[in-house]
Design a protein around this ligand. Structure first.
Ligand SMILES: Cc1cc2nc3c(=O)[nH]c(=O)nc-3n(C[C@H](O)[C@H](O)[C@H](O)COP(=O)(O)O)c2cc1C
Length: 207
């Protein structure tokens, strides 16, 4: 069996990104609302994203715009320290993708895409009414990882899930009831997926 091997330390940044983002799949997508100083709502997707469940935190890596400036999400987080992280399902995929367009801070992606919002409970950014999952978050920590890459750690204060994905019996969401979307490679082949085949192999140890 032939293996394709790359020493990432000797490759240009663009190549490293292309290769790694095609190998680490599927990635959950944090679809994030923040607000700016004027209360304008910003929305953008980020797939360099993971959940940290104890303590209840999320980690997201924010790059920079081509001109080196901060993305709106990043600037709003620095200024206001709050965000709502949504998990989208298949019906919202096109809106999620469209919300990544590089538009100026004066444009609210939520308004441009005609997405309905609901007020949040504990943070200023509103949540998207039709997203099956919304997590109200507060900025805990920012860590510069290198030029143009910042890891943000968010404390999760409140979770919302739409009733149709919820198991009242287990008091948690049931993955068989919805199809969360994920990011695949950015360059070659399909670039999004949705949860497909699922399994139940017995209860794993709980923390
Ligand atoms: C599915 C998807 C995942 C993305 N993941 C990231 C990411 O992890 N980090 C990042 O900096 N940009 C990511 N982007 C690009 C941002 O969404 C894009 O730069 C956006 O314009 C940022 O918006 P903002 O300036 O309103 O914050 C992703 C785009 C898409 C479509």
């Amino acid at each position: 069996m032939t293996t394709i091997t790359r020493d990432l330390s000797s490759l240009p940044k663009r190549d490293v990104y292309r290769i790694l983002s095609s190998l680490v799949i599927p990635r959950p997508i944090a679809w994030i609302t923040t607000v700016d100083g004027d209360g304008r709502v910003n929305l953008a997707p980020f797939s360099s994203f993971m959940g940290i469940f104890g303590p209840p935190m999320l980690a997201v890596t924010l790059g920079r715009r081509k001109d080196g400036s901060l993305k709106d999400t990043h600037r709003n987080l620095q200024e206001r320290g709050e965000a709502v992280v949504h998990i989208a399902d298949l019906p919202l995929l096109e809106a999620l993708h469209a919300s990544a367009a590089d538009v100026g801070p004066e444009v609210s992606e939520v308004e441009r895409l005609g997405l309905a919002m609901e007020p949040s409970l504990r943070v200023a950014p509103p949540r998207l009414r039709d997203a099956p999952v919304a997590l109200e978050c507060r900025l805990n920590h920012e860590l510069e990882l290198g030029p143009g890459s910042t890891l943000v750690l968010l404390d999760v204060l409140v979770s919302h899930a739409t009733e149709r994905i919820w198991s009242a019996e287990e008091d948690s969401a049931d993955a068989s009831l919805w199809r969360p979307v994920s990011r695949l490679a950015s360059v070659v082949g399909p670039n999004y997926g949705a949860l497909g085949q699922t399994f139940h192999l017995g209860v794993s140890e709980l923390p």
